[in-house]
Design a protein around this ligand. Structure first.
Ligand code: ATP
Ligand code: MG
Length: 183
């Protein structure tokens, strides 16, 4: 699975529809303080199913919606869509029949989020598992937040094991086993 395009509409400071094409190789995002670099990475985690608004520097989930500025009115919805190239067929079985996955999350003020994969509505859980298996999820060590290196060094052995399992791509398995045991 390869991420090829991130589209933001009304997410945090990205009020106008904005497309980021992710070309093969290394991508750098540069810009002055406050231009939205961190918002971009947060959009990526959000569409992958991030459920903690605190880790998105927000005081409620609706805070990810463009809140208005100078001469622009606030919006009532935000949407982020992530295009995933699945030609290598590494997506989980449930989604593995398509060459390309269009994963999107949309939030409406006071009504929560809806997720879609290729137009079909799915649960947050489905999207989280889709990326957990690929070791790229919202909480995965593939996304190195500020302060995370220090956390890994200071972590207790069990927590460190979870990080290694995430990196090895078996976090989704644990999640599914836990769900199966609850049934
Ligand atoms: P730095 O270089 O300082 O890390 P950055 O490029 O990472 O900066 P961000 O933190 O991504 O910048 O962007 C911060 C900007 O996003 C602020 O100007 C803030 O007002 C704006 N912002 C955050 N949430 C919203 C929102 N809901 N509506 C409108 N603007 C928002
Ligand atoms: Mg930043």
């Amino acid at each position: 699975m390869k991420l090829t395009r991130l589209r933001l509409v009304g997410f945090k400071s990205f009020v106008e529809a904005t497309d980021f094409l992710i070309e093969p190789g290394l991508t750098g995002v540069v810009g002055p303080n406050g231009c939205g670099k961190s918002n971009l990475v947060e959009a990526l985690r959000w569409v992958m199913g991030e459920s903690s608004y605190k880790s998105l520097r927000a005081s409620g989930m609706d805070d990810v919606i463009f809140a208005g500025s100078g001469n622009r009115a606030a919006r009532n919805t935000a949407e982020v869509a992530l295009l995933v190239d699945n030609r290598d067929r590494t997506a989980p079985a449930a989604f593995n029949d398509a060459d390309q996955l269009d994963v999107s999350r949309r939030i409406e003020r006071e009504s929560g989020s809806t997720y879609r994969v290729n137009g079909k509505e799915v649960r947050a859980r489905d999207v989280q598992l889709l990326f957990a298996d690929a070791a790229t999820g919202a909480r995965s060590p593939a996304m190195v937040r500020q302060g995370m290196i220090g956390e890994i060094i200071a972590a207790k052995p069990q927590a460190r094991r979870r990080i290694l399992e995430d990196a090895a791509g078996i976090a989704g398995l644990h999640s599914r086993r836990h769900e199966a045991e609850l049934r």
